[in-house]
Design a binder for this molecule. Structure first.
Ligand SMILES: [Zn+2]
Length: 349
């Protein structure tokens, strides 16, 4: 006979009882409870070494003053301490498995832009682009010769891979910048055309942005900036983002590097010297701080010094490089906004 306390699961009361082992049951009786037989098969050891619970009776507890007596414990299954998986695997192994699964889930959510971006159909990105990208209409510069030169330049450095060509627009705005936009588009600001010293420089900058477009970095940037909801909404009901927001789509350093490598490969294929864009980055690195127009490009594309070195190293001595455009074509393109007297300065930023 052992002294114990009985909690019946019905009330919070504790009933003092005496417990005895009788064949396949415990005989339980006390001054305030009717005598009862509880089958051993219904009793379960708990994490607490002093108490037993009863199958099918939530809250029912039999708590022994001196712990579950050994003769009783021997006839019961070992305690279910944490749940089936842990009981089967043991705590350290289950904890390790749980940590691994948690880490994988956290990584999947945190890296969603990286793996999800390239899987989003281009058509979805195009729809988002239509909703998000402001209408540059009155500020896009056009002249027949300038348009032809831009087209010729892009044809050399873009590799559509069966898809539609990238749509490039020159927008009249005195900032040195170019950006890949959602929907397979690139915008070049007229400030960049004014600062570029030749077509090879522009070719390199455009090839870099084309890399962001072709390798679907833009979708990754959208997911990072606006979250997964942009896919569900398709940006419907979303006001056009400011140009600043879009050009500030942050790409990781890794993606910037990949875009540079894409650019380098395209320049080499087109036999355009990487020295041009190296010079552009060199000026961005050295003259940016005191020249406001450069600020935006430099803040969007840090590490101009290292990037300059990458392109500089890729220059092959004795290679037969060709200028990306003839002098006349370059003049038409670099002055396209000056020549298009109808284009107005874009004001939204
Ligand atoms: Zn970039």
């Amino acid at each position: 006979m052992w002294n114990a306390s009985l909690f019946d699961g019905q009330s919070a009361r504790r009933y003092p009882v005496r417990v005895a082992l009788a064949d396949d049951a415990l005989a339980v009786e006390g001054p305030e409870t009717p005598a009862q037989q509880v089958a051993l098969a219904d009793l379960v050891r708990t994490a607490n070494a002093a108490s037993l619970s009863r199958r099918g009776s939530p809250g029912w507890r039999l708590v022994f003053a001196d712990g579950v007596p050994a003769p009783v414990a021997e006839r019961l299954a070992p305690p279910a301490r944490y749940g089936k998986l842990v009981d089967r695997w043991g705590l350290p192994r289950a904890a390790a498995a749980f940590a691994a699964v948690s880490a994988a889930l956290a990584a999947a959510v945190m890296t969603a832009p990286v793996w999800l971006g390239p899987m989003v159909p281009q058509a979805v990105e195009n729809r988002i682009g239509t909703a998000l990208v402001p209408d540059f209409a009155g500020s896009v510069c056009h002249t027949p010769a300038g348009d032809a030169a831009l087209h010729k330049l892009m044809a050399q450095i873009d590799r559509p891979g069966g898809g539609p060509p990238i749509r490039v627009q020159v927008v009249k705005l005195a900032q040195v910048n170019a950006a890949a936009l959602p929907g397979g588009r690139i915008v070049v600001l007229s400030g960049l055309l004014e600062q570029a010293k030749g077509p090879d420089e522009l070719a390199g900058v455009l090839a870099h942005e084309a890399g962001h477009v072709r390798e679907r970095h833009v979708m990754q940037g959208l997911l990072r900036q606006f979250g997964l909801s942009i896919l569900l909404s398709g940006a419907s009901g979303t006001a056009p983002a400011s140009l600043g927001q879009l050009t500030a789509l942050r790409f990781s350093r890794k993606l910037e590097d990949r875009a540079d490598r894409y650019a380098l490969a395209r320049l080499q294929e087109a036999r355009i010297s990487p020295a041009g864009v190296a010079g552009f980055f060199d000026r961005a690195a050295n003259h940016a701080p005191d020249e406001g127009n450069w600020l935006r490009y430099v803040s969007d594309h840090p590490d101009a010094g290292a990037r300059q070195a990458l392109f500089r190293r890729a220059v092959r001595k004795g290679a037969a490089y060709l200028p990306a455009l003839s002098p006349d074509e370059w003049r038409a393109l670099s002055e396209i906004c000056a020549d298009d007297t109808e284009a107005k300065f874009f004001s939204l930023w």
